[in-house]
Design a protein around this ligand. Structure first.
Ligand SMILES: [Zn+2]
Length: 49
């Protein structure tokens, strides 16, 4: 099985800023509520390519 870990950025879905670098498995989907400095509030962040 290929479980390569890659580094991606968690991206705010509202302003599209890349806020938090993370490592994850390539096929893993990540969606977390995080504080976005640009929006000034907690927003949903997704992993970006
Ligand atoms: Zn934002």
């Amino acid at each position: 099985m290929n479980s390569t870990r890659i580094t991606v950025s968690l991206t705010c879905i509202e302003c599209k800023m890349r806020n938090y670098p993370i490592t994850k498995r390539r096929e893993q989907k990540v969606e977390i509520k995080k504080f976005c400095k640009t929006c000034g509030k907690h927003t949903l962040h997704r992993d970006a390519k």
